[in-house]
Design a protein around this ligand. Structure first.
Ligand code: HT7
Ligand code: ZN
Length: 873
């Protein structure tokens, strides 16, 4: 299929003021009657035909202003319905279609999940429901009548307010929902099912009571409390921080088991992957609880950044996603720990987005073209998009940012707009010039910032030389310099030095944001008496790769003394990366591996000082992951990285066994709390168990088994199970069996059980995964299960990348099978093969061969075809 290009945007030929939808709902057949009140768009060409989008629809009737049209008065060609002759001004188009929700395994449009009927319309799912101009710049008011069997579907939900309920007397009933806010059709939703309700409320700052309703499978009502509390916190936070209030009297959230992504922000009827709603301490880890808080907030924040102000076209996706991720990150930072939030966000960015930016899928946060928009819900659009918003916040300051947000809403509420409109609002509110900054929207790739410095003792001056360079990415051979905010401090013998830049009269604080706008720039700090150590990119002030000539001693010093928590952590990570890469080189050269003494001392010091901040210590002690390490190598040495990382974890676990065991004793808790402090202590205590499992597996077996048996929460139980998996298949076998027996009725916990086995570092793991595919716990139509088992295996560095290529062949088989049932999920799995050029020649050839095999499938979905074509280009 042909690519769609941003530069080809044209306004819609027709606008829809009002739409009335009538659903006669049934699992195998649903009839949809749509009445569209249309008028010509004065901003578009005067004699354009009316073209509507539709997919997999059985068209039963088309009528114009009440008159049925004959087959020669309209054309259905492929996925378009065209009317060449329509009235000059306003008119009413009526269609009736039928579709088959039960057959819809792609989970876009109207489909069945666990016996309920639900919808997913973003990005282009509405066209699978009825004929419509399926594009986000057509905003209409929706009124929806749902009719269904009362016993099977007692709950009938759609967007807006419930204005009518009728018992039809024949075992059927109907409900009418009216949404007063104009919206694009991607925000439409309906749910019909037999669901349990958990209710709460929120009183807005202007005194309106909002009913908050969480709809879950019967029996799960005890697991919605955390999501409800998170929503209440998010509503209060958005009022306090951005002055944004909720605008309807009801907010529904429905948890479904079959869902391609995390959640969907449909106006007043969010549909959620159940994994981001359901939690209780016995079944959900601390990580799950934090994830729920963040995703609940994210979808709520979309009510303003996405719904009230939406995207003109899908190239502008980062307008709502980057901004909303930034908002949810800030919310989580305020609810928990700002420092930990930041390093977690950066860790994710580096592990996923930096990799994407350095591969065949590299694209700007506002892409120039796409074949399948579903492929562009990427970490670049989301996570890097959030970093771009964060840089605007850093550059113009919090007050101007808030003014910019106010201006953005004042100008664009109720409209579908562009990234440019957002930047212009920020610029106008701040009087700053963001013209060069706009390149972050148009250029792909991660800039490399190189720093060098020179201290002139006599002149008491430190000159910091910064340069920037961005490698070519597909379609962008040349890059212009970015505007990069570089937050800098100088660490002296007694802490941070006050900073006075050349030309200034007085020092201004101890962290300064430098504007790097040229390929090379010098910044001169005055009054620097001692040879201070620059602390660069504090708080990770820009999404760049930093190249600074720190010695290992410098890194150890920053780890200990930097006032910036992010840089303290990052210095430790950089030190660990260097140590592991040295071990990889030793492994490649056949030299014996040895623990680096300086690193061990620095690591031991963090461990010894853990009591001051256990949560931070847990993060500082953890070792960098496979993808970050691979990114630092010309050719990814799979076996070397795996051997080096295992060796280092084992050496540290062995050498520090005594303090690790002591720490576990001290941090043992009698009760359970979900506070940031308690989460931090659990994290450190469990991290200690994992190091011990690596370092002295035989001695740790009993300890891990004991924790597994006596755990009162999933965080502790799952870590104990993982530790047993590290120790070996013999140790883990009984615990895995017991775990399944204990949790076989809890879908979400069963997914953890699948995932942990798929990621085991056991030579027969692929065979085990194949056996698990036949297990009753697995369901090849449920994305969560596929992500857990197949996605889990793709995240198993040693065995997915097995030298014989068996892991790749297995993945290609899965992609081919999924392509026919769920192309979105297939495309996500196919990405695991995309970066084949980064591996050694033998693995390259295996991966390329599998990509070619996938590419040769007749009728391959556009989702997978685009990934394969980009990978092989
Ligand atoms: N805006 C939502 C995106 C989404 C989605 C996109 C494509 C296919 C399925 C999907 N489910 C949800 C989620 C969000 O970012 O808030
Ligand atoms: Zn979002």
């Amino acid at each position: 299929p042909a690519a769609i290009r941003r530069c080809d945007y044209t306004p819609p030929a027709f606008l829809v003021d009002q739409v009335e939808l009538g659903f006669d709902l049934g699992e195998a057949r649903t009839e949809v009657r749509a009445v569209l009140h249309l008028r010509r768009n004065p901003a578009a060409g005067a004699d354009l035909p009316l073209v509507l989008n539709g997919q997999s629809l059985e068209t039963l009737r088309v009528a114009l202003d009440g008159r049925d049209l004959t087959a020669d008065e309209y054309r259905v060609e492929g996925e378009r319905l065209t009317l060449d002759n329509v009235p000059a001004d306003a008119f009413m188009l009526e269609t009736t279609v039928a579709n088959d929700p039960a057959a819809n395994s792609a989970l876009e449009g109207l489909y069945v999940s666990g016996g309920m009927l639900c919808t997913q319309c973003e990005a282009e799912g509405f066209r699978r429901i009825t004929w419509y101009p399926d594009r986000p710049d057509v905003m209409a008011r929706f009124r929806v009548r749902l009719t269904a069997d009362r016993a099977r579907y007692p709950v009938l939900l759609s967007n807006g307010n419930l204005i009518e309920e009728t018992d039809l007397g024949d075992g059927r009933h109907s409900a009418v929902w009216d949404d007063p806010f104009p919206k694009p059709c991607y925000l439409f939703a309906l749910v019909a099912g037999d669901l349990g309700l958990v209710e709460g409320d929120f009183v807005t700052r202007s005194g309106r009571r909002v009913a908050l309703k969480f709809w879950v499978e019967h029996g799960n009502q005890d697991q919605a409390g955390h999501a409800l509390a998170s929503l209440q916190k998010a509503m209060a936070w958005d009022e306090q921080v951005f002055g944004l209030e909720y605008d309807l009297d009801i907010y529904n959230v429905v948890a479904v088991s079959h869902f391609n992504m995390g959640a969907m922000e449909n106006k007043s009827l969010n549909v959620f992957n159940s994994k981001f709603v359901l939690a209780k301490r016995e079944t959900a880890t601390d990580f799950d609880f934090l994830g729920i808080e963040s995703v609940i907030a994210h979808e709520y924040f979309h009510n303003w950044t996405g719904n009230r102000v939406t995207c003109r076209d899908w190239f502008q996706l980062t307008l709502k996603e980057g901004l909303t991720v930034f908002r949810d990150q800030e919310f989580s930072a305020d609810m928990n720990s700002r420092g930990l939030q930041r390093l977690g966000d950066v860790r994710n960015l580096r592990a996923a987005q930096f990799i994407e930016d350095n591969g065949p899928m590299a694209h700007p946060i506002r892409p120039e073209s796409y074949v399948e928009i579903n492929n562009f819900y990427t970490s670049t659009v989301y996570q890097k998009g959030a970093e771009v918003i964060r840089m605007i916040h850093t550059l113009i300051g919090a007050d101007a940012f808030r003014k910019g947000m106010d201006l953005y809403f004042a100008r664009h509420d109720g409209h579908a707009v562009t990234c440019e409109d957002f930047v212009a609002a920020m610029e106008d509110a701040s009087d700053d010039d963001l013209s060069q900054f706009r390149r972050w929207y148009s250029q792909a790739g991660t800039p490399r910032v190189t720093a060098r410095w020179d201290h002139d003792q006599t002149a008491r001056r430190l000159t910091l030389s910064l340069s920037q360079d961005t490698r070519p990415t597909p379609g962008q051979p040349e890059k212009q310099p970015f505007h990069i905010p570089v937050a800098v401090g100088l660490v002296g013998a007694d802490g941070d030095l006050p900073l006075r830049l050349e030309g200034e009269n007085a020092a201004q604080g101890t962290t300064r944001v430098l504007n790097l706008t040229l390929p090379e720039q010098d910044f001169v700090f005055e009054d620097v008496a001692e040879a201070a150590l620059p602390s660069l990119l504090r708080g990770f002030s820009a999404p760049v790769i930093l190249d600074a000539p720190y010695s290992r001693a410098d890194l150890a010093r920053l780890m200990a003394d930097d006032s910036d928590a992010f840089n303290r952590w990052d210095a430790g990570q950089e030190l660990a990366i260097r140590v592991i890469l040295d071990l990889v080189a030793d492994h490649a050269a056949g030299r014996p591996l040895a623990l680096d003494e300086d690193f061990a001392v620095a690591w031991g010091k963090v461990l010894a000082d853990y009591a001051a901040d256990p949560a931070f210590a847990a993060e500082a002690l953890s070792l960098p992951g496979f993808s970050v390490l691979g990114e630092r190598m010309e050719t990814i040495d799979v076996d070397g990285i795996c051997a080096a990382t295992k060796f280092l974890a084992a050496s540290l676990g062995k050498r520090f066994a005594a303090p690790l065991l002591r720490l576990r004793e001290v941090l043992a808790e009698s009760g359970y709390a979900l506070t940031p402090e308690a989460i931090g202590r659990r994290r450190l205590r469990n991290g200690a168990l994992t190091f011990l499992a690596h370092g002295q597996p035989a001695d740790t077996r009993v300890l891990a088994a004991e924790q597994f048996r006596t755990a009162t929460n999933m965080t502790d139980q799952l870590t104990a199970l993982s530790a047993l998996v590290v120790i070996g298949a013999d140790a883990a076998g009984p615990a895995l069996a017991a775990f399944y027996e204990q949790w076989k009725d809890e879908r979400l916990v069963v997914n953890k059980w699948l995932g942990i086995q798929a990621m085991a570092d056991w030579p027969d793991v692929l065979d085990r995964v194949k056996v698990l595919m036949e297990h009753p716990a697995f369901d090849g139509r449920e994305p969560n299960k596929i992500y857990a088992l197949i996605g889990g295996f793709a995240a198993n560095p040693q065995w997915f990348h097995a030298a014989d290529g068996a892991g790749y062949a297995f993945m290609a088989d899965r992609v081919l099978a999924l392509d026919s049932t769920n192309p979105q999920v297939a495309s996500r799995m196919a990405r695991s093969l995309m970066r084949w050029k980064r591996f050694d020649p033998a693995r390259q050839s295996h991966m390329r061969g599998q990509l070619e095999r996938i590419g040769a499938k007749p009728g391959l979905s556009s989702d997978v075809a685009e990934i394969v074509a980009k990978a092989l280009a």
